[in-house]
Each structure stands twice: as structure tokens, then as C-alpha cells.
Design a protein around this ligand. Structure first.
Ligand SMILES: C[S@@+](CC[C@H](N)C(=O)[O-])C[C@H]1O[C@@H](n2cnc3c(N)ncnc32)[C@H](O)[C@@H]1O
Length: 257
């Protein structure tokens, strides 16, 4: 065969894995449907019969997707934009909320941080992420320098999550939220999202009402169009030129996992 149109050989394992995922998605769709509370309001929640139903739905995403390519591309994109913040990263303690297989954890490790993630479903033998619910964090009050999350669209109770983050962050610690654009900005929630906004401003307001202060807002394009919003962080020193080159060195040395 000539040119770039080589046919991929039939791989029965790949075929059955994809078939199984697609059947599982259909079953989940039948069970959870597409019903939202207050769909016209600034903030909306998916309707669940109970908290257990929410947990079951949220835990199911891992088994219905393949995240291998995402893991490489998002790790690189996030590492680059975190490095651009010019924060003194080495040695910072970082907690990543709803971190799935740990892609964002790896980005922070690349920068020299002590980082760990929590997720309802981290899969088996995950070196980067432990089991946890972001509505009930298992970490000590005032113990963490930086909390990162890009998963607030998977919240059940956003106010409770904001309180939990406030509890575990050190005073003047840094919260980094990455959020996809809202419905009025042209994005609609997917099948696994449980919480959504019309505009990112509405999400920011939730955190301001909980006591956080915005220190920076930056547009992002990967893995989706949205914003990176930094809250607080005034206790975290800005990196010096020497520390920045140290971070460069760490990034070059980071293993490919
Ligand atoms: C869109 S994925 C994002 C994963 C990860 N942040 C990334 O970018 O690779 C959302 C994740 O939120 C997790 N999740 C949903 N509800 C959660 C909860 N209450 N507590 C912790 N994790 C939750 C899901 O298991 C899923 O892994």
C-alpha cells in the first residue's frame, strides 16, 4: 500500500475493548440520562437520585475511555503553563483534586514539587493518585501549599468543595482552578459532568464568596478552551532566575511515565 493510507491490522483485543466501553457508555446513559436542575440558572447541577448515584456515575469514566495520549499531551501543556507562572516550585506540597490517573500530578513532579492526587477512581496500583472524595478531604488543616483542580465540573456540592480546599490550604496558600468555558461561552457539559456554569465568572464568584481572592486569570486552550484562575498564593515566593534554570533542569531529567 502506498502513501499515508496504510490500513491498521485488525486487533481483536482493541476491538473488544472499544466494544465493551461503548456498551458500558450506553448502559450508563440509560441509567443517568441528561437531566439538569435549574438549567437556566448561572450554575447548574445534574440531577441524581442520591449521593451514591452521583458516586457511581463519576467513578465510571475511567473504564469508558483510553487516556494514554491525553496523559502525555496534558502533562506537557500543564507543566509549561505552571513554569510560566514563575513560582518557586521545588519542594512545594501540592494536592491535585480529582486527578484520575495522575497526569497533573506528574506535571507538578516535573517541576520539583511533592505532589499527590486524590480521585474517586484512581484505578489499580496508581503511584500518583490515592482514593478520595473532594467533598471530604483526608488531609490536615493548613497543611498544603498548592491545591490544583481542573475537575470542578464533576462537583456534587461546589460550596462544600470550596470549604474543604480552604481547610487544607496553608494560610495564603495557592489555589489553581482550570475551568472550561461555560454554556454562554459556547461549551456544553459532556455526559460525565455533574456541575456546570453559564460563564466562568459565575464559578469564580463561588470561590470569592467562600473567601478566596483572585490573583491571576489566564486564558488556556488545552485540553479545552477555558481559563486558569489563581486564588491567593501570596505566601509562595516568586522564583529567582537561578531557581527557574533549576526547574528547567528538572524538566529535562523527568522520566517518561
Ligand atoms: C474530567 S476527569 C479529570 C481528570 C484529571 N484531572 C485529568 O485532567 O486527567 C474528572 C475526574 O473527576 C473524578 N471525580 C469525580 N467526582 C469526584 C469526587 N467527588 N471526588 C474526587 N474525584 C472525583 C472522576 O473520577 C474523574 O477521574
Amino acid at each position: 500500500m502506498s502513501g499515508n493510507h496504510k490500513k491498521r491490522a485488525f486487533d481483536p483485543l482493541r476491538f473488544f475493548t472499544r466494544l465493551k466501553r461503548s456498551i458500558r457508555k450506553r448502559v450508563l446513559f440509560r441509567k443517568f440520562g441528561e437531566a439538569w436542575n435549574a438549567p437556566k440558572e448561572a450554575l447548574q447541577n445534574r440531577s441524581y437520585e442520591s449521593y451514591d448515584a452521583y458516586l457511581e456515575h463519576q467513578k465510571a469514566k475511567l473504564e469508558t475511555h483510553d487516556f494514554a495520549d491525553y496523559d502525555v499531551a496534558f502533562r506537557t501543556a500543564l507543566r509549561e503553563r505552571l513554569a510560566a507562572l514563575e513560582i518557586s516550585w521545588p519542594g512545594r506540597t501540592v494536592l491535585c483534586l480529582a486527578a484520575r490517573i495522575g497526569t497533573e500530578v506528574k506535571a507538578f513532579l516535573d517541576l520539583g514539587c511533592f505532589a499527590i492526587g486524590i480521585d474517586l477512581n484512581p484505578g489499580e496500583e496508581n503511584r500518583y493518585v490515592v482514593h478520595g472524595d473532594f467533598h471530604d478531604l483526608q488531609y490536615a488543616p493548613n497543611s498544603i501549599d498548592v491545591v490544583y483542580t481542573n475537575s470542578l465540573d464533576h462537583a456534587f456540592d461546589i460550596d462544600r468543595i470550596a470549604k474543604e480546599i480552604l481547610k487544607v490550604l496553608k494560610p495564603e496558600g495557592l489555589l489553581i482552578v482550570e475551568a472550561v468555558q461555560g454554556r454562554d461561552q459556547g461549551v456544553n457539559p459532556g455526559f460525565f459532568e455533574s456541575f456546570f456554569w453559564k460563564n466562568i465568572d459565575e464559578l469564580v464568584r463561588v470561590f470569592e464568596n467562600a473567601g478566596f481572592k483572585v490573583t491571576r486569570r489566564t486564558a488556556i486552550t488545552h485540553p479545552w478552551p477555558g481559563e486558569q484562575i489563581c486564588f491567593g498564593g501570596t505566601a509562595i515566593p516568586v522564583s529567582s532566575r537561578a531557581q527557574r534554570s533549576e526547574v528547567e533542569g528538572l524538566r529535562r531529567k523527568s522520566p517518561d511515565v
